[in-house]
Design a protein around this ligand. Structure first.
Ligand code: ATP
Length: 138
């Protein structure tokens, strides 16, 4: 089994129960869960790879605008499978090409797109450590 980090973003945190149901129905186990309101500084660290991009300042403002729900998910092929379930970055594109994806169902636009998923093994490990610093990693 593989682990990945899922984040329910501020715009969708009210729908956390529904999104968690989709997660469980899709065969994931939720290993850990934490509701947290990140500061702009913490958000900038989390998204450090996007530093310098045009959308970085508004991404940081959005992701620190309210609480998020961080979830550690486990499943065979968890990283790729969660990204597939999440759908394309842009919600409007997701509605056209992946109408059953979580972003198509719960996102708003190209930025407020409801959920995040780690894209590689190393980013999953880093992001899990970032959001669950006290947990024991075996
Ligand atoms: P995530 O990393 O959140 O799972 P992703 O891998 O689909 O999403 P990235 O390119 O890593 O997308 O961008 C990270 C986040 O930055 C996006 O999820 C979105 O909220 C925001 N973002 C990306 N591109 C744009 C854009 N062109 N305009 C506004 N916001 C954007």
């Amino acid at each position: 089994v593989e682990r990945t980090l899922a984040v329910i973003k501020p715009d969708a945190v009210d729908k956390s129960d529904e999104i968690e149901e989709i997660i469980l129905r899709s065969g994931f186990t939720i290993l850990q869960k934490r509701r947290v309101h990140l500061t702009p500084e913490q958000t900038s660290d989390f998204y450090a790879e996007h530093y310098g991009k045009m959308f970085f300042p508004s991404l940081v403002a959005y992701m620190s605008s309210g609480p998020i729900m961080a979830l550690v998910l486990a499943r065979e092929n968890a990283i790729a499978y969660w990204r597939e379930l999440v759908g394309p970055t842009n919600t409007l594109k997701a509605r056209e090409t992946h109408p059953d994806s979580i972003r198509a169902l719960y996102g708003t636009d190209d930025q407020r797109n409801a959920v995040h998923g780690s894209d590689t093994f190393s980013s999953a490990e880093r992001e899990i450590r970032f959001l669950f610093p006290d947990s024991i990693v075996e």
